[in-house]
Design a protein around this ligand. Structure first.
Ligand code: PLP
Length: 384
């Protein structure tokens, strides 16, 4: 049996998304900058996708720019805010994705002050500390805090942070890569200057993302080149990718509530089954319905001499999961997120992340496989 439970790393391309993309990989190959019919066909497909994103965000189409990834979106924002908006200080957290953390390090090297907000043991931002930090300096500030953590799922209160940023006249960016297409997002209700998104996290293709930039804010592009994306992102557009992003978002939004309920149930079921079958199991992050991302379950396994081999053994049994962030797997360093919340280093963490394509029987199989490793007396499971 093959079970994919690593949907925070990436998701399966939805069949209807592939279908929508295919003509743009074959007959509709025009360059969107060309003025002939081939170019116009490609251009109008891009604008259709932009409308989908803008509608979802309740933004204007002129505030949405396609990028090559979520990583590029966050780089564009953080580096652009420092270069073009007079930002002298960044407030972020130690558990951000590396695309934010490393961009912040880059601007720090050029003299920007960086403050990391305090976090609790579940990875929640200490909002009182955030307010203290905002109060403590009159330097122009960018707050960059992710909506849902990709390793432990803990959610940020976007509304509260946006209010604080408004009060203290700070710019607000949120890395929403893990939540776009999974949670409602309304930039009229929640005042935010920048958002980052990435299609492959919501059953779209890889290598395509977007950035939302509020129309009151003007930053320059990261890349120098042509005038694509209204001068915000040079380089010939990834037309099939953009078409795929639009379709994937449309499909996700259409079924958002049902998906939330279904995926949330898979997560709750897996938590229960693990608690029943693995003595001493715990979880990292906030698992409550409102405090955590319903697609991510970070399992903290009881100390065991074979724990280091857990991911490997799961993989042998056909279960794909992740040891924290996929972006750091293969590197010798432990997870900066687990370190950031002071998780017990003696306990191995395994991240399971779910999608609408997973089933309860897949969860049963993954739990039985894991239970066998941690409680060998439990009935042997078949690897069929
Ligand atoms: N931000 C978060 C929270 C992520 O989980 C990821 C992907 O792992 C990224 C940003 C990067 O997105 P992309 O893979 O499109 O560069």
């Amino acid at each position: 049996m093959k079970v994919y439970l690593d949907n925070a790393a990436t998701t399966q391309l939805a069949p209807e998304v592939l279908e929508e993309m295919l003509p743009y990989l074959t007959e509709h190959y025009g360059n969107p900058s060309s003025i002939h019919s081939y170019g116009r066909k490609a251009k109008s497909a891009i604008e259709k996708a932009r409308k989908v994103v803008a509608k979802y965000l309740n933004a204007s189409t002129s505030e949405v720019f396609f990028t090559g990834s979520g990583t590029e979106a966050s780089n564009t924002i953080i580096k652009g805010a420092v270069r073009d908006l007079g930002v002298k200080r960044i407030i972020s957290s130690r558990i951000e994705h590396h695309c934010v953390l490393h961009s912040v390090e880059t601007v720090e090297a050029s003299g920007v002050r960086v403050d990391f907000v305090k976090l609790d043991a579940e990875g929640h931002v200490d909002y009182a500390n955030l307010e203290e930090l905002l109060q403590s300096s009159s330097d122009k500030t960018l707050v960059s805090l992710m909506h849902a953590n990709n390793e432990i799922g803990t959610l940020l209160n976007l509304e509260l942070v946006s209010e604080l940023c408004k009060t203290y006249n700070a710019y607000f960016h949120s890395d929403t890569v893990q939540t776009i297409g999974y949670f409602p997002m309304d930039v009229q209700k929640i005042k935010i200057h920048f958002l980052s998104g990435s299609a492959h996290k919501f059953h779209g293709p890889k290598g395509i993302g977007f950035v939302y930039i509020n129309s009151e804010v003007h930053i320059k592009p990261l890349l120098d080149g042509g005038a694509q994306e209204r001068n915000m992102r040079a380089g010939t557009e990834n037309v099939p990718g953009i078409v795929g992003l639009g379709k994937a978002l449309e499909v996700s939004v259409e079924k958002m509530e049902a998906n939330c309920e279904y995926i949330g149930h898979l997560k709750a079921y897996m938590s229960e089954q693990l608690l029943t079958n693995i003595p001493g199991v715990k979880f990292n992050g906030d698992r409550s319905a409102n405090g955590g991302n319903y697609k991510v379950l970070s399992v903290s396994l009881p100390p065991n001499e074979k724990a280091e081999l857990t991911l490997f053994n799961l993989d042998i049994a056909g279960v794909a999961a992740s040891g924290g962030s996929a972006c750091t797997s293969g590197s010798e360093k432990g997870s900066h997120v687990l370190e950031g919340i002071h998780a017990d280093p003696a306990r191995k963490a395994i991240r399971f992340s779910f999608s609408k394509y997973n089933t309860l029987s897949e969860i049963d199989y993954a739990v039985a496989t894991l239970a066998k490793m941690f409680a060998p007396a439990i009935e042997k499971v078949s690897a069929e």
